[in-house]
Design a protein. Structure first.
Length: 401
């Protein structure tokens, strides 16, 4: 996903826009939202451990599509929104969340649609064994689960680009302005989809097992885009159920322009290279399950170790060092939350450390157009995430090519 970010004259306009005005993509300019549920965007096979008997099941990949009711705009920026859930189904994940109907994703999708975006709340394949006996086995299961999520996210993007080309853009999407926005587990996927450009990036020490084999093998798990078969026989197409990957929407680009991560982390910062999409990260500084800087992941229900990952601080630090966030720096965004975050993020553009300190700085030293005191917790996070809408608006409106 090597893309060059270029600014156009819209930047001059954006510098003068007040966030207190009613502006599409910033303010809620629509009253109602239309949701089309369970739209199939592809299909693929569920998890099957190598060496076991039987066949994986073919799973439809579906999404809920949110759009502003009564909108006449022909092409709207698209946000692909990914839920959390530890790569396990609810309630087996030990959480109250883990579906595309979670209150967080519904709220964010609704608010985005009311500002003029269209949103695909996409489901993705789940499954790994967090109770595996060894740390290596847990790491292998988790990276394979994340890999499937990345494949599915890219499949969703290609679905819209194929629809644009072959179905007269029935969803009214501007396919040159796409954001992938992940919460929790979805944040791991959004960061991975933004940074994994070649298979070789996955063949690093932490993702090679003790037998010397990579934990991800394209011939078994499919390529990084989900556009070929895994476990292909010597001749012909594999029989139904004899593969872990089938191609979806081949021939269309999986590229997108902005990555938003809320509470996720990156498998390895070596994946980050110049030209990757601009990035925005929200992270609770003392999150026990996703490090702010760097730590070994643990299984939430048992505390067992999995694999070392890098969190939002290190991700945003490197993204800025590579120049990937220059498009946002140049946009001169000066709302209250950005001002508050910039007092805590060591100058790393797009990094929003979530803490009580951020709330106090925002209330005492900055001002956002809609005002009002905020509560710590879910409501506070929803309000803070609104900032991503504003940053996304600037980024997506700057003709990112």
């Amino acid at each position: 996903m090597k893309k060059i970010l270029t600014l156009v004259t819209v930047l001059c306009f954006m510098a003068s826009v007040s966030f207190a005005q009613s502006t599409r993509y910033v303010d809620e300019v629509f009253t109602n939202v239309t949701v089309t549920s369970n739209v199939p965007y592809g299909q693929n096979f569920t998890v099957l451990t190598v060496g076991t008997t039987g066949h994986p099941a073919k799973q439809p990949l579906v999404m809920d599509f949110y759009e502003p009711t009564g909108d006449t705009e022909a092409e709207r920026p698209l946000v692909v929104l990914l839920h959390t859930g530890n790569f396990l189904p609810n309630p087996q994940n030990g959480s109250t969340t883990g579906t595309m109907r979670d209150s967080f994703v519904v709220e964010v999708a609704t608010r985005l649609a009311k500002t003029g975006y269209v949103v695909a709340v996409a489901d993705y394949r789940l499954g790994w064994n967090p109770l595996a006996a060894s740390q290596e086995a847990r790491a292998e299961g988790l990276i394979q689960a994340a890999y499937r999520g990345i494949q599915d996210t890219r499949t969703c993007i290609r679905y819209f680009k194929k629809d644009y080309s072959l179905n007269n853009n029935s969803f009214g999407v501007d396919t040159s302005r796409i954001t992938v926005f992940g919460q929790g587990t979805g944040g791991y996927i959004s960061l991975g989809a933004a940074t994994i450009d070649t298979y070789n990036e996955l063949v690093i020490g932490k993702f090679i097992n003790s037998s010397g084999f990579p934990m991800i093998i394209q011939g078994i798990h499919g390529d990084i885009y989900g556009t070929n078969y895994g476990i292909v026989p010597m001749l012909g197409t594999p029989l139904d159920g004899d593969t872990l990957s089938i191609p979806n929407h081949v021939g269309y680009s999986s590229d997108f322009q902005l990555c938003v991560n809320v509470g996720g982390a990156l498998g390895d910062t070596s994946w980050l290279t110049a030209g990757d999409p601009a990035m925005i990260s929200f992270q609770t500084i003392k999150d026990p399950f996703a490090p702010y800087k760097e730590n070994i992941l643990i299984v939430p229900t048992t505390g067992d170790l999995i694999v070392e990952v890098q969190g939002s601080y290190l991700v945003q630090q490197k993204a800025n060092a590579l120049g990937n966030n220059d498009v946002m720096k140049s946009a001169w965004i000066q709302d209250g939350y950005t001002t508050a975050a910039n007092m805590l993020n060591d100058g790393h553009e797009g990094l929003f450390p979530i803490s009580y300190q951020l709330k106090r700085i925002r209330e005492n030293k900055a001002h956002l157009g809609n005002g009002g005191n905020l509560l710590i917790g879910h409501k506070f996070l929803i309000q803070v995430v609104q900032l991503a809408h504003q940053q996304a608006f600037v980024t997506l409106t700057l003709s990112i090519v």
